[in-house]
Design a protein around this ligand. Structure first.
Ligand code: FMN
Length: 319
């Protein structure tokens, strides 16, 4: 196996959790600048990689591209249901994308993913889940990790981890909510703590970490090696630094505007001018819970260029 970076990171390990439509290259760079140790890609379909394996310019590979400005360790996340697809995807991702690790999605509750027997549906199918993990491990020299839920159907996180305990899986991110809970509700820290008895690798707790206080609580109650931040990092990438330094940060309007503008400039540079439309969803998160938020948001949802974003934020700073 290539160098297992997971064991070299100082604890608590802070990771940007995978988020389709959000954890793209510009956001991964920004989060790494604010102290994320590990950043996950958006989930990539192994079926798409399998069927486009001769077309390395295909969009599926394009969105996974690594940019050297991203200083954090880079983990590419894949989803699907066919072990053969996972095998090809693992090989190609290592060769073409060259990330630091590969992660398998066992937590996604979205209908179109569940329908193909992938994501959280695959967590329920222990024999197939094991085949998938083996297929990835046998086809890459990179450290392999898994992302699971507190439970899916009758399968708990501990059942899942018992099922792969003899395989060299380096890390697990546990979303402390069950499949039935979806994206809302309490995080089950007891269950994450319990996972320690069933898994010898790195454990990251995930779910509901929106501020420093919550981060401290989940870290201490789950006894995890680190945290995976998802929605809490949107429009607030400095949450990584707050947790790292264990100190709250109160940014001025100028500082928030500067981060959003840098995000827009990176988006335009790395993904092209057309991507600014996609960035609108990120921009709305920057305009959360700040004075003048609704007026700011109503302007940001209409932008097409980074210059417009700059002008809107600069005018907001002057208000
Ligand atoms: C918009 C969005 C996209 C997501 N995409 C993925 C994904 O691609 N892969 C994955 O494993 N989880 C995905 N998740 C789940 C998050 O990684 C995380 O487990 C979940 O949001 C709980 O954390 P939070 O409460 O801090 O947001 C996504 C979540 C959101 C909100």
């Amino acid at each position: 196996m290539k160098e297992n970076f997971w064991h070299k990171i100082k604890k608590p390990i802070l990771a940007l959790a995978p988020m389709a439509g959000f954890s793209d290259s510009p956001f991964r760079i920004i989060c790494s600048e604010y102290g994320a140790d590990v950043v996950y890609s958006e989930m990539a379909s192994v079926a798409s990689i399998f069927y486009h394996q001769k077309d390395l310019g295909h969009r599926t590979f394009d969105i996974l591209k690594f940019d050297p400005a991203q200083k954090a360790h880079y983990v590419v996340q894949i989803f699907g249901s066919e072990p053969e697809h996972f095998a090809v995807a693992a090989r190609l991702i290592e060769q073409v994308i060259k990330p630091d690790g590969i992660d398998i999605n066992f937590g996604c509750p979205v209908g179109k993913v569940i329908k193909q027997g992938a994501g959280a549906d695959l967590m329920k199918d222990l024999p197939r889940a094991r085949e998938v993990v083996k297929a990835v491990i046998e086809n890459t020299s990179l450290p392999v990790s898994v992302k699971i839920r507190a439970g899916a159907g009758a399968v708990s996180a501990s059942d899942f981890l018992d099922n792969i305990a003899d395989l060299p899986v380096s890390a697990v991110m546990i979303h402390g909510r069950t499949l039935a809970q979806g994206f809302v509700g309490e995080i089950n820290c007891e269950l994450i703590k319990e996972a320690r008895k069933h898994f010898s690798g790195i454990i990251l707790a995930n779910g509901g970490i929106d501020n420093l206080e919550q981060a401290r609580k989940i870290l201490s109650e789950s006894d995890a090696d680190g945290l995976g931040l998802a929605r809490g990092s949107l429009g607030r990438p400095w949450l990584f630094r707050e947790i790292k330094n264990d100190r709250e940060i109160n940014l001025s309007k100028q500082e928030i505007a500067a981060i959003a503008i840098r995000h827009a400039e990176l988006e335009e540079k790395l993904k092209g001018p057309g991507a600014i439309v996609e960035l609108r969803r990120h921009l709305c998160w920057y305009a959360q819970g700040i004075p003048g938020a609704s007026h700011l948001r109503s302007q940001l949802v209409k932008v097409f260029t980074s210059q417009e974003i700059k002008d809107i934020f600069n005018a907001w700073v002057e208000e």
